[in-house]
Design a protein around this ligand. Structure first.
Ligand code: 5AD
Ligand code: SF4
Length: 456
């Protein structure tokens, strides 16, 4: 049996692509391993959204090549993902021991590429035409028994947010046929999955460019109608493209969870304009109002970039004040990182860079305030009973299991791992910044099995 080791950096798209690689390689006799020193095939699935993740690739490859040199068997080393797409041949030139470099569109042909790479270095960073692109339907063997699963609904992005490299590394937007998505959802539910996370770079524009295809709201209703789907999440949303029909879905679909990741990036209209986000602070606030009206317990999370070129102190204060107004439950915040080929580089040429120490100080201020707010939001739950979908054992304590609430809060509480996949009613006893602790209320309420609900 050959063994494959995959290290994944970056977003949920990469996590998903890694799963597909594992699934396809399993058909060619590769078993997954957690130990790189044991592997016949080492793959690093890379991210280039900011500079830092890109640096991680270089230290990882050092480790992989050391194993390749000392192993008494043939070890194939591959770079996949967005850095592969962006750098292509340059990686093969820079690292003579590298066997294979391939971009996100080439994932479906991984088996043939790995075979070819046994003889000579292989590069595949072509973007496929819509007619040729295949969304792989094989399921990740490693994800067996998981309570939740990602399902890709779209690849690429047609937006041109000026800071973002994704349109370069993942190409133009392509929606996956809804029939295929629903088939995959049915297959996952049959395997015991209860929670489906629909993923795409800009899910709200799903289907709009395909005549006769469902739009995103219609897709949500169709997924919710699959018997056995207990929870639906999705990511990532672009505020501009979130339609009234999706807002309505929050009224109609109990399966749609009360957590929404809605990246705002900045609270300043001037910065949003330069980012080419095509919404204003007020527009975002109005959208959140509508969403809260439809689902009053909605827990919002967001992405923030500080230090975007030209960001003034006032612009940054506007971002802080947005945090105070909306009290995001969590957020991912980053310092602007100039990416090759992105339009924001032109702003840097106009000398609009924010000094690194200023950007760092803004990031610290934002994150400090967010931490306090996250904790305050979680404390509101102390003493309350929440419904938790059990995901498995807690990472830290024996006899403790964990799972998430509908609004995506991680809860740790005493229990038995056999309860994985069930819903538990848990009283929250203590809130932390990133998780909750609790006590189960009463005996387990088992989730209805997919077949039981199919006949309901
Ligand atoms: N610099 C900093 N952050 C970025 N992001 C995307 N591109 C950049 C960049 N060049 C952030 C955005 C996006 C998240 C996935 O990563 O906030 O929503
Ligand atoms: Fe990047 Fe904007 Fe597309 Fe998101 S919507 S992937 S931030 S270009």
């Amino acid at each position: 049996m050959k063994r494959v080791f995959v290290r994944t950096f970056g977003c949920q798209m990469n996590v998903y692509d890694t799963g597909k690689m594992r699934a396809l390689l399993a058909q060619d006799g590769y078993a997954p391993t957690d130990d790189m020193a044991d592997a016949d095939l080492v793959i690093v699935n890379t991210c280039s959204i900011r500079e830092k993740p890109e640096q991680k690739l270089h230290s990882f490859l050092g480790e992989a090549f050391a194993i390749k040199r000392s192993a008494d068997r043939l070890v194939t080393v591959a770079v996949a993902g967005c850095v592969a797409q962006q750098e292509g041949n340059k990686l093969l030139d820079r690292y003579p021991q590298l066997d294979l470099v391939f971009g996100p569109d080439a994932v479906p042909s991984i088996v043939s590429m790995v075979r070819a790479a046994q003889d000579q270095p292989v590069l595949d960073t072509t973007f496929l035409d819509a007619d040729d692109y295949v969304f792989t339907s094989e399921l990740d063997p490693d994800a067996k028994g998981a309570v939740g699963a990602f399902v890709t609904i779209q690849k690429g992005c047609d937006n041109k947010c000026t800071f973002c490299i994704v349109p370069t590394t993942r190409g133009t937007e392509l929606s996956r046929p809804s029939a295929q998505i629903l088939d995959e959802v049915r297959g996952l539910v049959a395997g015991g999955v209860r929670e489906i996370t629909l993923i795409g770079q800009n899910v709200n524009s799903y289907g709009l460019k395909v005549p006769g295809e469902k739009n995103f709201a219609a897709l949500l209703y169709a997924v919710a109608a699959v018997p056995g789907v207990q929870r639906i999440r999705y990511t990532t949303s672009h505020p501009r493209d979130m339609g009234a029909d999706v807002v309505q879905a929050y009224r109609d679909l109990p399966q749609l969870t009360s957590q929404l990741h809605l990246p705002v990036q900045s609270g300043s209209d001037a910065v949003l304009r330069r980012m080419k986000r095509f919404y204003t602070r007020d527009g975002y606030l109005r959208l959140v109002d509508q969403l809260m009206d439809a689902r009053p317990d909605l827990a919002l999370s967001t992405d923030i970039i500080v230090g975007f070129p030209g960001e003034t102190d006032e612009d940054f204060e506007a971002t802080l004040s947005l945090l105070e107004t909306l009290r995001f439950h969590t957020s991912f915040s980053f310092k602007f990182s100039p990416r090759p080929g992105t339009p924001a580089l032109k702003l840097l040429e106009r000398d609009e860079a924010v000094a690194p120490e200023v950007a760092q100080a803004r990031l610290v201020r934002f994150q400090d305030r967010q931490r306090v707010i996250s904790l305050e939001q979680n404390r509101l739950l102390e003493g309350q009973v929440v419904e938790v979908l059990v995901e498995g054992p807690s990472r830290h304590d024996a006899g403790v299991i964990c799972g998430r609430t509908g609004d995506f809060k991680m809860v740790n509480f005493p229990g038995d791992v056999a309860q994985t996949g069930s819903f538990a009613q848990v009283r929250v006893t203590r809130a932390f910044t990133n998780s909750l602790r609790g006590e189960p209320l009463r005996p387990w309420v088992a989730a209805p099995s997919p077949s039981a609900s199919a006949t309901a």
